[in-house]
Design a protein around this ligand. Structure first.
Ligand SMILES: *[C@@H]1O[C@H](CO)[C@@H](O)[C@H](O)[C@H]1NC(C)=O
Ligand SMILES: *[C@@H]1O[C@H](CO)[C@@H](O)[C@H](O)[C@H]1NC(C)=O
Length: 259
């Protein structure tokens, strides 16, 4: 299960996705281009998916004695990261609601030693980047197309907050804040998320919680009075992979089927 976790006039929307078909080669709705799904990511059938950057380059960058030596490890191509590379599968999280693409120390080793990383999200109408945390970094989230409703609980004792972000507006989620982004509109939304860590990490909260032992989960949710064991098991099996297609009222407004 993909637990990881993703411009209006200036940036194209993501490649057409045949996300409802998760296993086989299939045709995009309007194009004649065929698509296939590799590691849960829809790419043109003609693509040879890249295994991602070499581990060797990452290791050398980590071990470089200074920044000059490190900088000289990189060339024209290894200093370039294209979020619209339609053959990319490494660092891409995709589902019904859209996709997010991570440029971090794993997917883009040129970041090693530079203290930051970027995720871009291409969120479809009613798409929902489910509640998650970044354990090692704050997130600065700028919407560059469409609208996102952002909602966050930072920690115990801090009031829950929300923001409606429109084009070129931003908010911040402190490190460890449980936050979510939802596209309430019937057009695509695109965001750029900046992190002050090369490896900010991500944990989808609902999936993480559901990984606990059933009796502990049951007790944490208030014991037998609230949720019985069978409910917990049923609930576990229904948790969707990020990015999901939600919320009912938006789906109805935009006339989108739930699955
Ligand atoms: C650039 O660096 C990468 C990684 O070290 C290497 O695989 C690639 O061949 C280099 N490209 C050129 C054009 O030198
Ligand atoms: C956002 O937060 C405000 C203030 O807490 C609250 O009144 C409002 O209902 C929230 N918006 C939504 C859509 O839940």
């Amino acid at each position: 299960m993909a637990l990881a976790l993703m411009v209006a006039s200036v940036v194209a929307v993501p490649a057409p996705q045949a996300a409802s078909n998760l296993s086989t080669t299939t045709a995009a709705p309007t194009a004649t281009v065929a698509y296939k799904t590799v590691s849960g990511v829809t790419i043109p059938a003609t693509c040879t998916p890249s295994p991602g950057p070499s581990k060797e380059l990452f290791n050398e960058a980590k071990l470089a004695q200074n920044a000059v030596i490190r900088s000289n490890l990189f060339n024209q191509s290894s200093l370039f990261f294209d979020f619209l590379d339609e053959c990319r599968t490494v660092g891409v999280t995709e589902s019904f609601g859209g996709r997010t693409i991570r440029a971090d120390s794993l997917t883009f080793p040129a970041l090693v030693g530079n203290g930051g990383s970027i995720t871009m999200g291409f969120i479809k109408p009613c798409g929902f980047n489910t509640p998650h945390v970044h354990p090692r970094s704050a997130e600065m989230n700028v919407v560059v197309a469409g609208t996102l409703f952002a909602s966050s609980t930072n920690e115990n004792g801090v009031n829950h907050v929300n923001q409606t972000l429109t084009q070129y507006s931003m908010t911040v989620f402190p490190a460890g804040a449980i936050h979510t982004e939802f596209n309430p509109d019937c057009v695509d939304a695109v965001f750029v998320a900046g992190f002050s860590n090369e490896d900010p990490g991500v944990g989808q909260i609902v999936q993480e919680i559901s990984g606990f032992e059933g009796d502990l989960l049951n007790a944490a949710f208030g014991g037998e009075l609230n949720v019985d064991g069978a409910d917990i098991e049923a609930y576990r099996s229904k948790i969707p992979a990020n990015v999901v297609r939600g919320v009912e009222s938006c789906l109805a407004k935009c006339n989108i089927a739930k699955r």
